[in-house]
Design a protein around this ligand. Structure first.
Ligand code: C2E
Ligand code: CA
Ligand code: CA
Length: 553
């Protein structure tokens, strides 16, 4: 066998066994031969195509120009390659990667065209999948920020054209109680999705933040309707790992083009509005306004400075006396955090405590308050001037830490204070998050610490829980006390609270008592203790001893 015959045989073996489909044509483009892979990929046996041109494979997806360019390249460069859609014998259209070479003889005349192709439909599918991954949040399958940006650009153009507005809703959703966040987010996003229109874009924006883009609205009212619907949708519990979980939700709203031209600006604005909503209630929405930018900036400053103040021990504690209804003897003392910042001046606890609750600073802050108050109280006891009870404000957030009771026990051991002289005040909201606070409250109760509900009457908490939780005292909120005598509803509320307390066998302290008339009304209604400016404001530890301490014997 000659070398040429050898190479011919080799070529034949390669031709037949190649994974790529191969077709060889004559100079006119008529097919002379195809290999096995060609038949596998196209479904055409050699007998069906030999003598025909590859036009038999055309999918109809490319126009005449496409093929004209291909022939031009073959003539001028001797080669063409690219992506082309063809049709299999069974009618299925598929993409292939095709490269065609021209084979010429010694004089330069075309002998053959050889087309080699691979089926790239799998690769294309992967590409689509990749694109899908790149544009969607893997957890919730919702559009991610990238896709959102794309949709925003289109929506913004449409809204300018149609002279309609575009609303950006920043929705923050948090589970109440301890549940794994991922399944919670999936359940929450599925619930919300069912309350949105097809034309709304619903995207995952941050860990617990979702962004809704609403097109074609006529003003803030339309946006607030959607916000309302979303909040309502989350009122019923979500099923997460077989548990019924309630979701807290706050929504901030900004509008295009008034509040910003870019998605980033609108999202920042909506975020600021969301923080505002969160500062006001457990679930609600708020519109962005320019003042809110200032608010957000101030908040950032407070966060930074508060962190420093806690680390430097720059906070202070003030103490306010609690009296029996005769107004003669001090029955307790409430410790209240005070903060004067070198940059911001006096910052009210009502401003910095919610921020500390949001960012977790409440934990070190709460620990500092406890240590400081316990130590102070012990020194008063040593001097024989301590009132019977030390009251502290404890945030529900602190109870979320499973080791909270342990850390209290450790501080009790460290300072030597008796748990029987301690009272912890919780805001009314603990009553609605019962599932996860019960164990903590019960442990504190077993330790001998008394528990009370602060600001009673201001929330919408299920009162039934008062019966099941180890609560011994209610604290009527200042807002009701200040309204005494000025409106009937208010008086009814105060009477009702006192009635509830009596039924449940709870003690009641009225807070913010400023006038003799208020004191008389409360005393008549059966209130047990008073606290307020009529009896004494919160003052430094030294002043407290000077003004309110009676040596006990
Ligand atoms: P609160 O526990 O209900 O505290 C009572 C608030 O009413 C105190 O305000 C007190 O100074 C004020 N007050 C008492 N009597 C009167 C009165 O007759 N008239 C008026 N107008 N006000 C009166 P403050 O100290 O600004 O504290 C506000 C809230 O901040 C507290 O409400 C409490 O919820 C929270 N807070 C304060 N310190 C702490 C703390 O150490 N930890 C936690 N978690 N919260 C704290
Ligand atoms: Ca309190
Ligand atoms: Ca109070």
């Amino acid at each position: 066998m000659t070398a040429i015959q050898d190479s011919g045989r080799l070529a034949h073996i390669v031709f037949q066994n190649a994974a790529e489909g191969i077709a060889i044509t004559d100079p006119q483009g008529r097919i002379l031969a195809v290999n096995g892979a060609f038949t596998t990929l196209t479904g055409y046996p050699a007998g069906d195509v030999v003598g025909h041109t590859p036009a038999i494979l055309r999918s109809g997806r490319h126009g005449r120009e496409f093929y004209a360019r291909m022939w031009l390249a073959l003539r001028d460069e001797g080669r063409w390659q690219g992506e082309i859609w063809n049709r299999r014998k069974n009618g299925e259209i598929y993409p292939e990667w095709l490269s065609i070479s021209t084979v010429r003889d010694a004089t330069g005349d075309v002998l053959h065209y050889v087309g080699v192709f691979t089926d790239i439909s799998r690769i294309m599918e992967e590409q689509v999948k990749l694109r899908d991954l790149a544009y969607h949040d893997p957890l919730t399958r919702l559009p991610n920020r990238m896709l959102l940006r794309d949709r925003f650009e289109q929506a913004a153009r449409r809204s300018l054209r149609d002279a309609r507005q575009l609303a950006v809703l920043m929705v923050e959703i948090t589970p109440q109680g301890k549940v794994p966040n991922d399944p919670f987010l999936i359940a929450a996003s599925e619930r919300l999705a069912t309350h949105l229109r097809e034309t709304d874009t619903f995207a995952r924006y941050g860990e617990n933040e979702f962004l809704v883009l609403i097109e074609g609205i006529n003003g803030p009212r339309d946006a607030s309707v959607t916000a309302d619907q979303l909040l309502k949708a989350l009122e019923k519990p979500l099923a997460v790992d077989d548990l019924d979980v309630y979701a807290g939700a706050n929504i901030g709203i900004s509008l295009y083009p008034m509040d910003g031209y870019t998605l980033d600006d609108l999202a920042t604005a909506a975020d600021a509005a969301m923080l505002q909503a969160r500062g006001q209630q457990r679930r609600g929405f708020h519109f962005y306004s320019a003042e809110m930018t200032a608010f957000a900036n101030e908040r950032a400053t407070i966060e930074r400075q508060l962190r420093r103040a806690i680390a430097d021990g720059a906070l202070e504690l003030h103490f306010q006396p609690q009296f029996d209804v005769s107004g003669d003897s001090v029955v307790g003392v409430e410790a209240l955090a005070r903060w004067t910042d070198p940059e911001l001046g006096i910052v009210e606890p009502e401003r910095f405590i919610p921020i500390a609750e949001d960012n977790g600073l409440i934990h070190p802050l709460g620990e500092w308050v406890m240590r400081k108050a316990f130590t102070q109280f012990i020194s008063w006891q040593a001097a024989g001037v301590a009132p019977p009870v030390l009251s502290l404000n404890i945030s529900a957030r602190q109870l979320e830490r499973v080791d909270f009771a342990d850390s209290v026990a450790a501080l009790i051991a460290e300072t030597g204070i008796s748990p029987q002289s301690l009272e912890f005040e919780f805001r009314e909201s603990v009553l609605s998050d019962v599932a996860y606070v019960v164990p903590a409250l019960e442990t504190l109760d077993r330790m001998g610490i008394r528990l009370s509900i602060d600001g009673f009457g201001t929330g919408f908490s299920p009162l039934g829980n008062l019966k099941t939780l180890p609560i011994s005292k209610l604290n009527i909120d200042r807002s009701f006390v200040s309204g005494i005598g000025s409106n009937r509803t208010n008086d009814t509320i105060v009477r009702t609270v006192l009635g509830v307390a009596r039924t449940l066998g709870l003690r009641v302290i009225a807070e913010g008592v400023e006038t003799e008339d208020q004191a008389v009304f409360l005393r008549d209604q059966g209130c047990d203790e008073f606290q307020g400016h009529l009896y004494g404001q919160a003052v430094s530890g030294e002043d407290f001893v000077r003004r309110f301490a009676r040596p006990r014997n």
